[in-house]
Design a protein around this ligand. Structure first.
Ligand SMILES: CC(C)(COP(=O)(O)OP(=O)(O)OC[C@H]1O[C@@H](n2cnc3c(N)ncnc32)[C@H](O)[C@@H]1OP(=O)(O)O)[C@@H](O)C(=O)NCCC(=O)NCCS
Length: 409
């Protein structure tokens, strides 16, 4: 079966997590991805958080499936020449170096256009144009400056970063959208373009409901928040729902650290919910009957429901509430998810064999395309495809040896 991005060639200068997330998704959509890495070391994540001595870390393998790896020294004359040849033959260049890194090596946007007017040049940086443009950034820097951390956690606790990698992987997903749009526009114009996503912008995009709340504050307290008093900025909301429907994580039996279920009170759910928990009188009680009446009593509503959830396991609660169409979600540990057979059966968790680390589990393709199913393959070893790619570029054995001697690959 053909793949959605068959024939699209990506030159992947990405490292760590943000850009590799984007190129991995593009690879799973069928693009050919050539990952360029520093000779000798490679993507720094290959050696970070290593669990198997001498083998690529899971940090690397989880983000670099279905790519080929070529080592190129971008600071050597021979290396620059290889990169130029690759730019001429690729459709998209993706990078997330620190600000100015590629410019310093002579690879400016103008130079890329000279080499290939059809090239799409996609970059991730920590910040957009302005006073922070020259600063480097990592995941949590973006979470802190994009509005996520000040609004996450408990009111009486410190700002908190989330486990979801919204700064790195979240930005990578945004970059994919930009790259696909640029490829589509190129079909009509024949021209490439520059695609840029700042991590702090991507995080703020994912926190736009908090910007909504910042503006609502001017008109009164945010009643769905647990806070009793409000200052001039959006407080941390604990486990309160970020949407228009109140929600909370409620304790369940037997009381372990993840024995909680998140319950949402949609207006139509109140009646079935009250019947299930054995409090039918609250369906018509004027203090609880309508969403408006419940709004100032949200903590009380959840404490009434928790009285019941405490007598059940999170999965029993899930079964009972879904029976009545009440949205809820048991808090799943990573172990629960890792051991969920159904995820393997439907190919979202995939077991892969790796030549140096053995078998590992990969989180697969979250986007289902009916005519372009992914074929998930292991990540490449460092420089595994250097000779193959150089051969394809036209270098013969003597030329490849000269590049090695020069330290260019
Ligand atoms: C992530 C980040 C903080 C890492 O910083 P870093 O480890 O210092 O890495 P840099 O990207 O600045 O690159 C460092 C050097 O490696 C060099 N380098 C990288 N790949 C190379 C290669 N193949 N050949 C030769 N040199 C190479 C660069 O040229 C640069 O050298 P210079 O500073 O002398 O110009 C930084 O890349 C960054 O801010 N990126 C943008 C935001 C981002 O994506 N952050 C999240 C990452 S998940």
């Amino acid at each position: 079966m053909s793949k959605a991005l068959e024939g699209v060639r990506i030159l992947d200068l990405g490292h760590v997590q943000a850009a590799p997330t984007a190129t991995q998704l593009l690879a799973w959509m069928g693009a050919e991805v050539i990952k360029v890495e520093m000779p000798g070391r490679g993507d720094i994540t290959r050696g970070q958080l290593r669990d198997v001595k001498g083998a690529d870390s899971l940090y690397f393998t989880m983000l670099n499936s279905n790519k080929r790896s070529i080592t190129i020294n971008l600071k050597a004359a021979g290396g620059k020449k290889i990169l130029e040849e690759l730019v001429r033959r690729c459709d998209v260049v993706v990078e997330n170096f620190g600000p100015g890194v590629l410019d310093r090596q002579g690879f400016t946007w103008a130079r890329f256009q000279e080499l290939n007017p059809r090239i799409i040049y996609a970059s991730i940086k920590g910040f957009g144009p302005g006073r922070y443009a020259d600063f480097k950034a990592y995941e949590n820097v973006a979470q802190c400056m994009g509005g996520a951390s000040s609004t996450t956690g408990w009111e009486d606790g410190p700002p908190t970063v989330t486990g979801a990698q919204i700064g790195d992987s979240g930005t990578g997903v945004h970059l994919v959208a930009g790259i696909l749009a640029a490829l589509f526009q190129r079909e009509k114009t024949g021209k490439g373009q520059r695609v840029q996503v700042a991590m702090t912008d991507a995080v703020l995009n994912l926190c736009r409901v908090k910007m909504r709340d910042q503006q609502r504050l001017a008109h009164g307290p945010l009643l769905e928040y647990p806070s009793k008093e409000f200052g001039d900025t959006v407080p941390r909301a604990g486990n309160a729902s970020g949407g228009g429907q109140p929600g909370s994580a409620l304790r369940c039996a037997p009381g372990g650290p993840n024995d909680y279920v998140y319950v949402i009170i949609q207006p139509p759910s109140w009646e079935p919910l009250m019947k299930i928990i054995g409090r039918p009188e609250l369906i018509t009680d004027p203090d609880f009957a309508t969403p408006e009446a419940r709004l100032p009593r949200i903590p009380e509503c959840f404490s009434i429901i928790e009285h019941w959830t405490l007598t059940k396991t999170k999965f029993e609660v899930m079964a009972a509430l879904n029976e009545a169409d009440v949205p809820c979600g048991p808090i799943l540990s990573m172990k629960d998810i890792y051991e969920d057979k159904e995820l393997y059966e439907r190919g979202y968790l995939v077991e892969l064999d790796h030549p140096t680390r053995g078998r590992y589990v990969q989180v697969g393709m979250p986007i289902q395309l009916s005519d372009s199913p992914p074929d998930i393959q292991r990540s490449p070893l460092l420089g595994e495809h250097t000779e193959e790619v150089l051969g394809w570029l036209g270098y013969d054995a003597g030329g490849i040896k000269a590049l090695h001697d020069e330290g260019a690959v």
